[in-house]
Design a protein around this ligand. Structure first.
Ligand SMILES: [Zn+2]
Length: 255
């Protein structure tokens, strides 16, 4: 997981000359992806304290966890309602609906709305091999799962970010399908599609090419890298240069 945090508006300089002004959304997932690190475990109290510190640091979005999948996270969101953040927004994480069901009947999606949050991040598959091999469903049903779930959570003015899991591996295997998942998420109203290098195996050149292709969909893009190839920071920087608007990371690169 990468850890690059820019301030709200970071000037980019080349040989001392200001060439651009970045407007990047900072999105921290220490409390969800970070805790997947072996040996790391936070109590609800710890998570509340960390969330407050992240707010003080100027992080725009704090991903608090996955209620429904984790009872501790449901408690965290219930208690976090009483916290007044100075500028950060708390984000609830979850996955697209189960296959062959209705979004409205999916108990995990309902748990997300029950938190009372207004911003959600939904993870879904963008690698065709994982759709057929892991989800064991059809490529079309996966597209419907993405679209239905986003539409369901978008109700009543909520914001939804879509985490395109294994996007860069998916792009290498079946570019057309990986891009179709981004397109479907955009059509369903996703406010940002976050391209994830979930295995941490992408090279910076590949990241640039895939982002350029995804940019044609015309939805704001984010980047979520893992550091398995020691390239999380490099890949994130390439993504920023390629025009993405949201950077996801964790404190100390945990996760
Ligand atoms: Zn991740």
């Amino acid at each position: 997981m990468s850890m690059i945090y820019f301030s709200k508006s970071t000037p980019v300089t080349v040989r001392g000359e200001r060439v651009a002004q970045l407007n990047i959304q900072l999105y921290d997932t220490t409390l969800r992806d970070g805790v997947q690190r072996a040996g790391l475990s936070f109590s609800v109290e710890d998570k509340l304290k960390i969330a407050k510190r992240l707010d003080e640091l100027g992080i725009h979005f704090i991903e608090g966890g996955w209620p429904g999948a984790n009872p501790k996270d449901a408690e965290f969101f219930a208690r976090a309602r009483d916290i007044k953040f100075s500028q950060a927004t708390l984000v609830v994480f979850g996955s697209t609906r189960r296959k062959d069901t209705e979004a409205a009947n999916d108990p995990l999606l309902r748990d997300l709305l029950d938190t009372g949050a207004k911003v959600f991040t939904l993870v879904g598959k963008s690698w065709d091999e994982h759709v057929t091999g892991v989800l064991k469903t059809t490529l079309d049903e996966n597209l419907r799962m993405i679209a239905d779930s986003i539409r369901y959570l978008k109700a009543e003015g909520n914001s939804v970010f879509f985490d395109a899991e294994h996007f860069f591996d998916g792009y290498k295997g079946n570019a057309e399908y990986a891009l179709r998942t981004v397109e479907v998420a955009a059509e369903a109203g996703a406010d940002c599609v976050v391209l994830c290098d979930t295995n941490g195996g992408a090279l910076p050149g590949e990241v640039a090419v895939a982002i350029e292709a995804a940019s044609r969909v015309g939805v704001p893009l984010g980047i979520h890298t893992h550091n398995d190839g020691e390239l999380a920071v490099a890949n994130t920087l390439v993504a920023v240069q390629s025009g993405i608007t949201q950077v996801q990371g964790t404190i100390n690169g945990y996760g």
